[in-house]
Ligand binder design. Sequence first.
Ligand code: MG
Length: 422
Amino acid sequence: MSGKREKVILLADCMSFYASVEKADHPGCKNKPVVVAGDPARRSGIILAACPIAKSFGVTTAERLGDALRKCPELVIMRPRMQHYIDISLMITRIYEEFTDLVEIFSIDEQFLDVTASLPFFGDPIAIAKSIQQKVLSQTGVWVRIGISSNKILAKIATDIWAKKNEDGIFTLSKSDVETLLWPEPVNKMFGVGSRMTAHFTRLGMNTIGDIARTPLPSLKEKFRARFGKQSDIHAEVMWRTANGLDDSPVTPRTFSAPPKSVGHMMTLPRDYNDKSEVDTVLLELTEEVCRDCRRKGYMGSVVTVSCMCSPYEAPTGFSRQMKMPDPTNNTNAVFQAVKMIFYKYWDKMPVRRAGVTLSQLVDDGNYQLTLFEDQVKSRALEKATDRIKDRYGSAAIMRASSLTNAGQAADRSTKIGGHYK
Ligand SMILES: [Mg+2]
């Protein structure tokens, strides 16, 4: 055989993660229906996780607490302890790392493992999956389901469609089984396909994953363009590659080294800039440079500083002002909005000679991934629910989990309630 040896990739997914952690910490609730809810004090709070017993009453993730209580009045409601879940998640990472040093955090409750090089030491993939399950269960009380394949997307699909439904929580999806096993499945079971995409595919007469896979890519792009415009080419390709089980991205471990204090760029302009559109261009360039730098290095920042020096040199004016954004980010657009807001608030309209943009209070964006609303799997369902709540109560009603962890750590330690709905 020519070419590279097939890899063995696992996707390990924690079942009902937050609820499982709470049940492990509250043995008295072992046989009770337990949910973790955004705000137990309000019936409008949403369900962040439900244990299998609660689910058997029809309770679902992302539904409103009030609705869940109607289905199951004896529901035990726990308030979320995000820092604790992050700690347990990292503990699970450490367990995975006993089997391979190639562990990639995908979300707070899902991680990829490349165990190709571990096979000679730990046995075949199923044996490794079983030892992982036992170790995680005995040390944390959490049950993990494991999909096995030769790349990340197929491992993810193996977990979502099959391992989650299996008694033993393990499923192997070989590349050669894609046609017989994956292609007959309905499109809405495919990773990355939400209700909007499902409707789109239905309109195109594509009902199974195989229908997508068998459409030649150029023609799929055309069909996407007709509806979503030219920028949809990438999306079409992602869908097509997923349906065909193609993915050559490696399992990439994150390094949790301490981020630098700040990332900034400064520009001395070749001449005076007076014009708003020119100034905007400079600010955007600086912002893009800073954000790209952060993205490359894996950081996000929550404080934006804009500095500016205006002519003449003999009597220069200028400012250096900062603003805290609601969430850490390295998204150019988000930072640019903040940059413009600061700049136009303090600029005295004198010709600009130098300008600078800095992002500080940096966090590792891998850590940031460990947040509830970044969880790509649940996000489809949660997005809707959170939008609804934001519409009604304003965007402060739902804090991102990262703000909960930063601001909430001290509060969490001092109260440690995690108790029942009062
Ligand atoms: Mg899960």
